[in-house]
Each structure stands twice: as structure tokens, then as C-alpha cells.
Design a protein around this ligand. Structure first.
Ligand SMILES: Cc1cc2nc3c(=O)[nH]c(=O)nc-3n(C[C@H](O)[C@H](O)[C@H](O)COP(=O)(O)OP(=O)(O)OC[C@H]3O[C@@H](n4cnc5c(N)ncnc54)[C@H](O)[C@@H]3O)c2cc1C
Length: 386
């Protein structure tokens, strides 16, 4: 393994490989990416639903998505690798006055950002999504540029091109300790299960594990692991393609096409922080019942695969992209709160700017600073979390 690097990126999920690729593209210097698992993208990234959408309630999240969608649309040109990417849209079903009013506000913001989001009446929902029960639906939004993409294509695309540009990707290398100089303000090296590396700058892209890594340099990085579950059915043709990612925000149910079947997700709001990724069968049953209520035709589908993974949740459901306060040469790009895949291109870009230029210029990311958590008036919670 390399014994020194200008930049040590820790974490080989979609965020770490994007950061490494963006740094390499800027010819930043010697870059090493450390991943403790045998393969890249096997934690949250590999467990995710692949959803990519710009319909967020906060402008910063919408902007992170728009920057990223622009890249996903040109993926073959930018990365030179194929990406399974379906822009079949996202449709949010709105079943309460509160949701309608919140989405009306968001709709005005989306229009200002140049997004072309349709506002659908219940009758239009029925015509567009004939598989949906419109029971309780007061309206819906639909954005054609939203959709879903393959997490593995995204991760491996960045990794392959980063390697070609000289990034050393070390798998099976768990970071055990991050060492600082006598002042405590500068990191000097990283100790891993495969050996040590002298490090110029360290970037934590460790998703749900970032609180632990932050702790290694004495920083509290408020990111909690929260279990989220997915069920994928056997081949199912009774819903005709193309159909959008369909989301019922009141229950957090979502579903879309996956490998010929239907991928169903729903967030257990009673879940507490923890690293358990065992599948909760009882909640799985609830997911299926809720799916059948909203799309009765799904009663004919048979569950085939099921799994649980971790969301990496911050208190305001926005990522932390910042230097870790008093430590001069450690940054975090983590805590995407269930939206990291869709934000990976933008996250890598702005992190590379922050690290290399001292400031992100493609997007104002001041709202994503770590110190926002010490001032509750600076927190703008993302409402459209599923
Ligand atoms: C069920 C589910 C559905 C989701 N659906 C979507 C979706 O539709 N759209 C979307 O955009 N996002 C979705 N997400 C969220 C998305 O998966 C995450 O936001 C994203 O994968 C975060 O990427 P990451 O690289 O930060 O984290 P990860 O993919 O978890 O990568 C972090 C890496 O750091 C490594 N690591 C940790 N500690 C160490 C250490 N000490 N040393 C070395 N390596 C270490 C880990 O092994 C891991 O590989 C979903 C997540 C889940 C669980």
C-alpha cells in the first residue's frame, strides 16, 4: 500500500469515489482512497433504491440535484462508461392540506430554478398512473427529469476513471486511527489495517460511520445510522413501462421498476439510530400492505428480494460538506440523509473546490457547514424525506 498521499479519501461509496475522481480531474496530486470492505459501494450505496430527483423542499437540495442530474444526463460523455438511467419522472402524491400547501411553496421555488414540474389533479393522476388508487389524493407533482439510475454503474464509473488518472484505491483497508501533530490541529497520518499513510489532507466520505471517524480527530459530526428497508418483487408486467417513481409522502411509500420487478421502499418512522441491517419482517409486511393499498395491482406481485441498509442522517436532513472546524486538514462530505446517490456528482465537485480552492464556487454550500448545528436558527429541515 502507498505510504504517503497528498489526499486521503476515506470511504469507497458513491461519495468517496466521486470526490476522488473530481480531485484527480483537477490533477490535485497523489490521491489514495481507503475502503475497509473488499469491494467498493457495498454499504449504503449498494443498498439504495437508485432514485434521482430534484423535487426537494429546500433550494440547496434541489440545486445539488440539478447539478447532478446535469451530469447523469451526460454520463457517457463525462465518464465514458454506460449508465443505466431512466428519466421516467417522480410523482409525489399529496394526500393532505399540509402537503398541498408545502408543495405549492416548493413548486414556486422549482419554477424559479427552471424546473418544469407539472401539478396534477386527482383525475390527471388517475389518467397518468392507472395503477394507483387515488383514495385521499388531493393533487400530485410530476417532474420528468427525475428518475432512477444504477448505483453500481455510478460508483464503478467514477472508480474506474479515477484509477486511470492515478488514484490508488485500496480496499480491505480499514481506518483505525487518524493521527495528529502535537498541536492537535493538523492530521499527519492515517493508520489502517493494511499499514500507515502520511496524509496531506484527509476527506471523510464514510457515510453512516462518519461520527466514528470524526471522533478520531476529536470532532462531533452529527450523523446517525438509521435502518431503511427495500423489497423487490419478481418480474411484474401489470404496470406498464415507463412509469414514474411513485411516492406517497404521507406514508413514505415509494416504488419503481427494478430488474423487471417492482422495487418498494418505505421508511419506518419509529426506527432509532443503530447499525443493525437485519431485515425487519414485521415492518416488511407493513410495507407490502401499504403498497397494495396505494397500488392494488401489486397484490399480484411476489416479493423476491429484500434487504435493509443505512441512511446517514443529520439533524436537518442535509449533508455536511465542510472542513472539520479547528482541524486544518480534515474535511467531511457525508450525511446525505438518504439522498447521497443522487447528489454524488455535485458533492464531489463542490468538495474538490472546497479542498483545493478554499471555497466551493459551483454552488454556495455555506448552509452545509458543520457549525450550523450549534445555531438552531440556521437549520432548514428538508421536508421531502422518504
Ligand atoms: C434502503 C435505502 C434506500 C436509499 N435510496 C436512495 C435513493 O433512492 N436515492 C439516493 O440518492 N440515495 C438513496 N439512499 C441513500 C444513499 O444510499 C446514501 O446517501 C449514499 O449511498 C451515501 O453514500 P456514501 O458514499 O456517503 O456512503 P456509503 O455508501 O455507506 O459509503 C461509505 C463507505 O465508507 C466505508 N467506511 C466506513 N468506515 C470506514 C473505515 N473506518 N475505514 C475505511 N472505510 C470505511 C464503508 O465501508 C462504506 O463503503 C438510500 C439508502 C438506503 C439504505
Amino acid at each position: 500500500m502507498q505510504t504517503s498521499a497528498d489526499f486521503v479519501v476515506i470511504g469507497g461509496g458513491c461519495i468517496g469515489v466521486s470526490v476522488a475522481w473530481h480531485l484527480a480531474k483537477r490533477r490535485a496530486g497523489k490521491i489514495v482512497l481507503l475502503e475497509r470492505n473488499e469491494f467498493l459501494g457495498t454499504e449504503s450505496t449498494g443498498k439504495c433504491a437508485g432514485g434521482i430527483r430534484a423535487q426537494f423542499s429546500t433550494e440547496i437540495n434541489a440545486r445539488l440535484s440539478l447539478l447532478s442530474i446535469d451530469v447523469f444526463e451526460r454520463w457517457a460523455d463525462v465518464i465514458g462508461e454506460p449508465l443505466q438511467y431512466r428519466q421516467w419522472g417522480y410523482c409525489f402524491l399529496l394526500t393532505s392540506d399540509a402537503l398541498v400547501s408545502s408543495f405549492k411553496k416548493s413548486h414556486a421555488m422549482w419554477t424559479r430554478l427552471g424546473m418544469n414540474v407539472d401539478w396534477l389533479t386527482p383525475a390527471q393522476v388517475e389518467a397518468k398512473l392507472p395503477y394507483v388508487s387515488i383514495e385521499g389524493v388531493q393533487g400530485a407533482t410530476f417532474h420528468q427529469r427525475d428518475g432512477f439510475g444504477d448505483p453500481n454503474d455510478i460508483t464503478m464509473g467514477y472508480a474506474k476513471r479515477a484509477r486511470e488518472m492515478g488514484v490508488a484505491i485500496e480496499t480491505g483497508a480499514e481506518v483505525l486511527e487518524i493521527k495528529r501533530d502535537e498541536s492537535g490541529r493538523r492530521v499527519t497520518s492515517v493508520k489502517t489495517s493494511k499499514g500507515g499513510i502520511n496524509a496531506g489532507t484527509v476527506i471523510l466520505c464514510t457515510g453512516a460511520w462518519t461520527r466514528k471517524l470524526g471522533g478520531m480527530v476529536g470532532m462531533d459530526v452529527p450523523i446517525d445510522p438509521i435502518r431503511r428497508q427495500i423489497i423487490v418483487t419478481d418480474r411484474f408486467d401489470e404496470i406498464t413501462d415507463p412509469f414514474p417513481m411513485t411516492v406517497d409522502l404521507s406514508t413514505t411509500l415509494y416504488f419503481h421498476r427494478e430488474s423487471g420487478g417492482i422495487l418498494i421502499g418505505m421508511s419506518d418512522q419509529t426506527e432509532t439510530a443503530g447499525f443493525d441491517t437485519g431485515f425487519n419482517e414485521e415492518y416488511g409486511e407493513k410495507m407490502l400492505m401499504t403498497a397494495m393499498e396505494r397500488a392494488p395491482v401489486l397484490a399480484n406481485a411476489s416479493p423476491k428480494h429484500k434487504w435493509a441498509g443505512l441512511y446517514e442522517v443529520t439533524p436537518d436532513h442535509h449533508p455536511i460538506i465542510d472542513r472539520l472546524g479547528p482541524i486544518e486538514n480534515v474535511y467531511a462530505c457525508a450525511g446525505f440523509s438518504g439522498h447521497g446517490l443522487m447528489h454524488a456528482p455535485a458533492a464531489g465537485l463542490v468538495t474538490s473546490e472546497l479542498v483545493l480552492d478554499g471555497k466551493a464556487t459551483s454552488l454556495d454550500i455555506s448552509q452545509l457547514s458543520l457549525d450550523r448545528f450549534s445555531d438552531p436558527t440556521r437549520l432548514h429541515d428538508e421536508a421531502n424525506v422518504i
